[in-house]
Design a protein around this ligand. Structure first.
Ligand SMILES: C[S@@+](CC[C@H](N)C(=O)[O-])C[C@H]1O[C@@H](n2cnc3c(N)ncnc32)[C@H](O)[C@@H]1O
Length: 312
């Protein structure tokens, strides 16, 4: 089954689909560092560039479109601008690409999108309603959606994300994957012998451990068994009410990029390109779709396509 991957980042969503037996034929991202990581791990089918300027005729044929489209305009921490923000309009580019395939008589059999949980409630639910209406009424898909938590799929990270799964075939019968028992804790994912730079200085500890204030009040806690959601701006070192800190050898430290990769379901064979900065790696793993969740959804999409006789 040929897959076109939009907003591929370092490839969390792609990794899940690859593991489930799909063939990713083309991928795209605007971030040169993410593309480098993707290329080293998946191959040369990734194209660097702005999806808005990539000619539709240059895209190869594909059966399934996947994309964790940029979520900043829809997240609670952002300005909640939604479709007014240019990044919010990237959903329309996805719709344009699908529509172009429909016009060419090559309607994608399935579409799998991922976004933040708050997409559903953004602008009193209007943004999500519009997205579903475009997929359903304009593009003719049967649409399923739900929120899945990474901690329900074997990784010790609380990460609730919205998954939208669409089928061209009206007869498609799809169900989202069920939970699996969590058998690991954050402590099981820690590296040993971590370089000194990841440990907090005595000077910064009081700031990091202080509770959140105002609208963002939340309790500072370290050594959680299930990690808080990893975020793209982890390099900035948020306070312990928003970020993950652990105690090791009696000292407090932040997570390493490898630990972040593990918490997103990437196994240790996943390569970090030589010279890639921690800052870029934190961003790539903070942005990623958890591989385990992606694989579980991809498996269920595969089952549905097998039932309709469309899997190939
Ligand atoms: C949430 S991340 C996707 C993560 C990815 N799905 C994964 O699982 O690793 C969104 C990605 O969209 C990319 N992006 C933002 N605007 C873009 C554009 N105009 N064209 C192509 N990619 C874009 C960002 O660079 C970022 O990597």
């Amino acid at each position: 089954m040929k897959v076109l991957s939009l907003f591929c980042g370092a490839g969390g969503l792609d990794m899940g689909f690859k593991k489930a037996g799909y063939d990713i034929v083309w991928a795209n991202d605007i971030d040169k560092y993410a593309v480098k990581t993707y290329q080293e791990n998946f191959g040369n089918h990734v194209v660097l560039g702005d999806i808005n300027t990539i000619p539709l005729n240059s895209l190869p044929d594909f059966d399934v479109l996947i994309g964790g489209f940029p979520c900043q305009p829809f997240s609670m921490m952002g300005q909640e601008k939604g479709f007014e923000d240019t990044r919010g309009t990237l959903f329309f580019r996805i719709a344009e690409i699908i529509n172009d395939r429909i016009q060419k008589g090559k309607k994608p059999k399935a579409v799998v999108l991922e976004n933040v949980r708050t997409l559903r409630t953004h602008d009193k639910g209007r943004t999500f309603k519009r997205i579903v209406s475009i997929l359903q009424d304009n593009l003719g898909y049967k649409v399923y959606s739900t929120v899945l938590n990474s901690a329900d799929f074997g990784v010790p990270q609380k990460r609730q994300r919205m998954y939208i799964v669409c089928f061209a075939n009206e007869g498609a019968d799809f169900e989202f994957p069920g939970k699996v028992e969590l058998k690991k804790t954050l402590q099981d994912e820690l590296e040993i012998d971590v370089p000194d730079k990841y440990f907090l200085s005595d000077k910064i500890i009081p700031t990091i451990l202080s509770n959140g204030t105002g609208g963002y009040y939340s309790k500072s806690e370290i050594d959680l068994k299930i990690a808080r959601p990893l975020c793209a701006t982890m390099m900035k070192m948020h306070r312990a009410c928003q970020d993950n800190y652990v105690t090791q050898k009696g000292r407090i430290r932040r997570l390493t990029p490898r630990e972040c990769a593990r918490l997103q379901g990437f196994d240790d064979t996943f390569k970090f390109p030589k010279g890639m900065s921690d800052s870029q790696l934190y961003k790539q793993f903070g942005n990623a779709v958890t591989v385990n969740v992606s694989e579980a959804v991809a498996d269920k999409v595969k089952d549905a396509l097998i039932r309709t006789g469309e899997w190939r």
